[in-house]
Ligand binder design. Structure first.
Ligand code: AMP
Ligand code: GLY
Length: 421
């Protein structure tokens, strides 16, 4: 089978590496891909926002299956367009991708179907939002309704911060994503992510993970797309995992079916594990980046077979994952998450990959006159698989230290919370 993978990040490099191992694959194309995917698949210059161009490419190349990495094409309806053209795809329809595209939609669904999450209200009026914030007091969480590249959330520890967040949201800080605010109860506990594959009717637990969103060590500083991650997440014990499936994932899949927009694809639940069990913070409707990289390092199953099963409605009963821990460290370009410095030389990735148990995926890289250089905020992921999280951490940093990227930086404490347990 010929497969087209949409995306260009570290997530897509990890997906590509798993897809090419499938006994079912003939050719893998990645649009647009990156220098890492170019080594294992065929990169193509296709704009995922141009549905007609994607469909035309699929017809010419005889693509039997399209795998969509990032959220934007899902929220815009690429899966619907492909299916209408008779092309199978991995990912939710536009209506089902509202689980990620609209926080208000998800919160209303949770309320209607008793899915545990923080109490909330939706607002389109600044004065009413301010009145609510003053009534509830801090800590409180102010969110833009729509997609805001992970930047639309303010966890306000003081009333003053909450008021400023409401003001800036209604002043247009997030464009159309902030036309509506969701104001939510502050949840206390430990955060973790849980991933389940869904075929519209059923869900299969895939894996848990934890990431480090803040740029600085000790989980301080501004938010990023993620500076590192590991899987499994120790806080997601088998008991917690079973509760997540029973109380959050399965009711959501049933609710989406009842609402007439069955969910197919991967459901990524951002959770707060507190004293009274897991509560939903948010859903994403795609694999996490860099969580995907660590989950793929543990996967011992045929990824293409699993993703096809989601699209075809015949999920198996279990997935084969290594019991080892995978940990990834993100190498970012100086300046990230502000304006990253582009063009910095990167050498010696092969030295890192010679270390048994270490692999490297590319994210924001490009080839310039035969030299690999940085071309984005998050540049590389160094991934290690080992018997414990402490060993995986040590191995990942050996990989990091083998790479020569003078204009890059990374956090040196990825996994600290899990190691401390
Ligand atoms: P989100 O984009 O909704 O995942 O929010 C980004 C981050 O804000 C989350 O990863 C949490 O760290 C934090 N956050 C969001 N909602 C809440 C909440 N209700 N209580 C506490 N922290 C939250
Ligand atoms: N690493 C978090 C995300 O992909 O949304």
């Amino acid at each position: 089978m010929n497969v087209l993978l949409i995306g260009s990040g570290g997530r897509e490099h990890a997906l590509a590496a798993a897809l090419v191992k499938s006994p079912q694959i003939d050719r893998l194309f990645v649009a647009p891909g990156n220098p890492g995917t170019a080594k294992i698949a065929e990169n193509v210059a296709l704009d995922a926002a141009d549905f007609d161009a994607v469909i035309a490419f699929c017809r010419v190349q005889g693509i039997g299956f399209v795998v969509i990495g990032p959220e934007q094409p899902l929220v815009e309806g690429l899966v619907d367009a492909l299916e209408a053209a008779g092309i199978k795809a991995f990912g939710p329809s536009k209506a089902a991708a509202r689980l990620e595209g609209s926080k208000g939609f998800t919160k209303d669904l949770c309320a209607k179907y008793n899915i545990p999450t923080g109490a909330y209200e939706r607002f389109t009026d600044r004065a009413k939002a301010l009145a609510y914030v003053r009534e509830k007091g801090a800590p409180i969480v102010v969110k833009a309704d729509g997609l805001a590249a992970g930047k639309g959330v303010v966890v306000a520890m003081t009333l003053d911060e909450a008021e400023r967040a409401v003001d800036s949201l209604f002043a247009g800080a997030f464009g159309s994503a902030g036309a509506e605010a969701v104001i939510e109860e502050y949840l206390d506990g430990e955060e973790a992510s849980f991933f389940a594959l869904c075929d519209g009717e059923r869900a299969l637990a895939f894996a848990s993970a934890q990431d480090h969103k803040r740029v600085d060590e000790g989980d301080r500083g501004p938010n990023t797309g993620g500076m590192g991650a590991y899987s499994p997440a120790p806080v997601v014990t088998p008991e917690v995992g079973a509760r997540v499936m029973k109380e959050i994932i399965e009711p959501t899949v049933a609710a989406m079916m009842a609402e007439g927009c069955p969910f197919k694809g991967v459901l990524f639940a951002g959770l707060m594990i507190g004293k009274d069990g897991p509560k939903l913070i948010e859903f994403n409707t795609r694999f996490g980046d860099p969580e995907c990289q660590v989950m793929m390092a543990r996967l011992e199953d045929d990824l293409l077979g699993l993703l096809l099963a989601c699209a075809e409605g015949n999920l198996p009963d279990e997935v084969q994952l290594s019991h080892k821990t995978a940990l990834t460290v993100v190498l970012a370009a100086q300046g990230y998450p502000g304006t990253p410095k582009k063009g910095g030389r990167i050498d010696n990735i092969e030295e890192a990959e010679k270390i048994p148990g270490v692999s490297v995926t590319h994210a924001g890289t490009k080839m310039e006159n035969g030299q690999l250089v940085a071309n984005g905020g998050r540049v590389l992921n160094v991934i290690a698989l080992a018997d414990s999280v402490a060993e995986a951490q040590a191995l990942a940093y050996r990989g990091v230290d083998a790479i020569d990227f003078p204009d890059g930086f990374c956090r040196r404490d990825i996994g600290w919370r899990a190691i401390g347990r």
